[in-house]
Design a protein around this ligand. Structure first.
Ligand code: FAD
Ligand code: NAP
Length: 457
């Protein structure tokens, strides 16, 4: 038997577990999928926007994998904590695949970034997704104007959630405290700002188009700003672009040339503006100063020395996620990833026997859910090639019993189902569908209710 621990139950962890039990090279592989949270699915539960119901429903596919008879989900198991070190895992499993994602955010490194009212999109997403590490009362939304810095798909998500009316989010699983805050929002203007042009924006066309389809928000684009982009003015340059960028330019062109509609909220899509400072008033963020940029002819931009201030009481930087070092694992601080070769963890340049990575902590924080499948498969192929050597080691009989004995209060699959039942019951009491629990204590209380245990397990 080959016993494998997969650390992280997001897409890469689940796809790695699936690839391990579906292959036939090594016959009897047993997989434990450990997650620090009591709930599975990683960013599919705690990142994918609540109004993207179809993508959210991918949780059902991940569930099917986690219910496989040779796969066991184990929540509330934080690797890198005192009771669960990377070294301990290697004593309990033949191989460990780290799929821990990229939990933190990139910084802008500009003055004022830390002011009250200035946040990362990561924390805003965690708040409306009910991540238990995010304070349920983390956002007040007294702002009339918001600036979202960055033009990737996360920026589109947060701009859209800000621009939606709360009643549009009622059918989703948004936690009630966040919904109440969104219902009281006085926001009128959302400025989403890119430092380069529309032909270089990172968002995808389907997500971009959604902004124009919001029931009570309009999108405003400045033709003079678009005219700075060679791909906007020169059809030959446009024709040479990858299809997604070309389509993005066409969507933005249509908005720039159509008359503005009267709606409650306005999304201002801005380009060629580089953030230089978050402005302060009375100790809080009051706006962002941008420098006008121009294309430098090599895909980048250069500053012009001309500045524009955009008023905003809420500033969200959405400039990418970033991997965090996990105690006991090597880490490349420049890339925010674990050094690896085809998924084999490298220590001082050499493969570390039995240790692997997949997903965002392997590649960096880019790619959609599906991108993690081939990524995990590559890692599993490396692991299976090493399996004859790895399987020689004798292991203790029951790794989970060992972990429990060391004091860990593990959440099992039936406990997770108990959380789901509690979320369905909460939704029912509010006249909504299932509504997410936000607090660690509530999640653990619901989890352990199944076994008649207290919140501490
Ligand atoms: C805001 C946002 C929205 C997105 N929306 C979409 C979308 O609509 N469609 C789409 O296709 N893609 C979307 N993506 C991209 C997609 O979510 C990622 O490609 C994918 O989740 C990455 O998978 P992962 O398994 O590497 O990381 P994650 O999904 O982050 O999973 C990592 C898991 O590891 C666990 N973990 C972390 N540290 C530890 C530890 N020390 N011990 C134990 N467990 C640990 C975490 O709790 C988590 O469950 C979105 C990304 C973001 C950030
Ligand atoms: N619906 C979906 O499918 C969905 C939803 C959400 C996320 N995702 C995926 O998740 C991944 C992460 O998305 P993301 O939006 O976090 O990252 P991203 O796609 O890398 O976008 C980051 C954005 O931040 C900008 N940026 C970076 N540094 C900056 C700085 N110092 N100043 C100003 N702007 C800066 C980038 O501009 P430059 O290009 O100029 O660097 C870019 O516009 C992506 O692969 C995305 O497609 C998918």
């Amino acid at each position: 038997m080959l016993r494998v621990a997969v650390i992280g139950s997001g897409p890469s962890g689940v796809y790695a577990a699936q690839a391990l039990v579906q292959q036939e090279t090594v016959p009897d592989v047993r997989v434990h999928v450990l997650d620090r949270l009591p709930c599975p699915y990683g960013l599919v539960r705690y990142g994918v926007a609540p109004d993207h119901e179809k993508i959210k429903s991918l949780q059902n596919n991940l569930r099917t994998v986690l219910e496989h008879d040779r796969i066991t989900f184990v929540g509330n198991a934080e690797v890198g904590s005192a009771g669960l070190t990377t070294a301990r895992l290697l004593e309990l499993y033949h191989a460990v695949v780290y799929c821990v994602g990229a939990a933190t955010d990139r910084r802008l490194g500009i003055p004022g970034e830390e002011l009250p009212g200035s946040f990362s999109a990561t924390s805003f997403v965690s708040w409306y997704s009910a991540h238990p590490d995010a304070a349920a009362n983390g956002f007040a939304l007294a702002a009339r104007s918001a600036v979202v810095i960055g033009v990737g798909n996360v920026a589109v998500d947060v701009a859209r959630i800000l621009a939606r009316g709360a009643n549009e989010l009622l059918p989703t699983d948004v936690p009630q405290p966040a919904l109440d805050v969104l219902a009281g929002s006085r926001l009128r203007d959302v400025h989403m700002v890119g430092r380069r042009g529309p032909s270089q924006a990172k968002f995808t066309t389907k997500e971009l188009r959604e902004l124009g389809a919001l029931p009570d928000a309009s999108v405003v684009v400045r033709p003079d700003e678009l005219a700075l982009d060679p791909a906007y003015v020169d059809p030959a340059v446009s024709a040479a672009l990858p299809a997604v960028n070309r389509r993005n330019v066409e969507v933005v062109r249509a908005w720039a040339t159509s008359p503005a509609q009267q709606r409650s909220r306005v999304i201002h899509l801005r380009f060629f503006l580089r953030p230089v400072e978050v402005l302060e008033e009375d100790g809080r963020a009051a706006g962002v100063r941008f420098e006008r940029t121009l294309p430098d002819g090599t895909g980048g931009v250069s500053g012009t020395g001309t500045y524009e201030d955009i008023e905003a009481q809420l500033v969200l930087r959405s400039v990418g996620y970033r991997g965090r070092p996990l105690p006991g694992l090597p880490f490349d601080p420049a890339r925010g990833t674990v050094p690896n070769a085809a998924g084999r963890v490298l220590r001082d340049g050499a493969p570390s026997p039995g240790e692997y990575v997949a997903g965002w902590i392997k590649r960096g924080p880019t790619g959609v859910i599906g991108t993690n499948r081939p990524c995990a498969k590559e890692t599993v192929a490396s692991l299976l090639a090493d399996a004859p050597e790895l399987a020689r080691r004798q292991l203790p009989d029951d790794p989970l019993a060992v972990l429990r004995e060391s004091g860990l209060r593990l959440v099992e699959w039936k406990d997770w189902k108990s959380i789901e039942a509690a979320e369905a019951a909460l939704g029912l009491s509010l006249g909504r569908g299932p509504v997410k629990l936000h607090e660690w204590a509530d999640l653990l209380a619901a989890a352990h209710r199944a076994a008649g245990r207290g919140p501490d397990g």
